[in-house]
Design a protein around this ligand. Sequence first.
Ligand code: DGY
Length: 319
Amino acid sequence: MSKKRLWITRRLSDATLERAERDYDTVVNHEDEPGSAADLIAASAEFDAIIPCHSEHLSADVVAQFSDRLKIVANHSVGVDHCDLPALKKRGIVVTNTPDVLSDATAELAMLLMLGAARHAVAGDRIVRSGAWDSWSPAFMVGKQVTGARLGIVGMGRVGKAFAAKARGFDMEIHYFNRSELPPDQAQGATYHDNIESLLGVADFLSLHCPATPETTNLMNADRFALLPKGAVVVNTARGALVDEAALLDAIKTGDVSAAGLDCFQTEPGGNPAFANHENIFMLPHIGSATRQTRDAMGFRALDNLDAYFAGKTPKDVL
Ligand code: DGY
């Protein structure tokens, strides 16, 4: 039987590409530029399957122009806000994602951002690196301690739970808001809040771990930033759409939010240039899942989903 044709839109890990090329008639976008609408539409006529990343936008308009040849979109991401799921469903195209395998890597990055934001990582690095470090004082670069502080987690799914586990190692008091309360063996002593406002009131540190949906767009707006304890630290490793960036900037300027750690922005790539003047905003370019181990695991998970589909089974991560 001839191999199914697969288009891989970005340069995935070597191990992923090796396995894909062994099992599929694979074309890889080695230029590694995001696939455009035109690329996606053209690919739908030439390939049975696509492995895209969150950088490719499968909007309703693009999906409406897909050829009937394309059978499955096996995302190399857990987030699927770049896909219009109802439009894909309407076309009978199977969609999968890669949950679980990136939870630890993303939680590690959230920890880095939380600590870096709390302890002046940006300004401290700049001062030493530039040779401008010419004095020391007990009043110098005094930050906010995480040990014993209250951590508010919005979205206690896989990544939220992984982050809570790491934060327990810092003796943080964990609070969370989630659609439903977790059973005790999963909550591990974390305090449940059945509404976000109640959570925000206790969140000395706030970390966002929920998906971007129409309901969560601008979840953190001016009214909600105002509910945080004075000087709270805000961390976002989920999606830029969750944060009203103008409201965050205002809260940073007034000191209501003392620092932020951001891996995600409303505009990606690029970020928000207005944040650049504020060294208490510690920023990274959407690299939450970017470890070697996790990239292999994401690629393999996407291929596992394809293999299952073409073997006539239901893929594990079908949405
Ligand atoms: C994800 O998997 O959703 C990450 O943000 C990387 O795309």
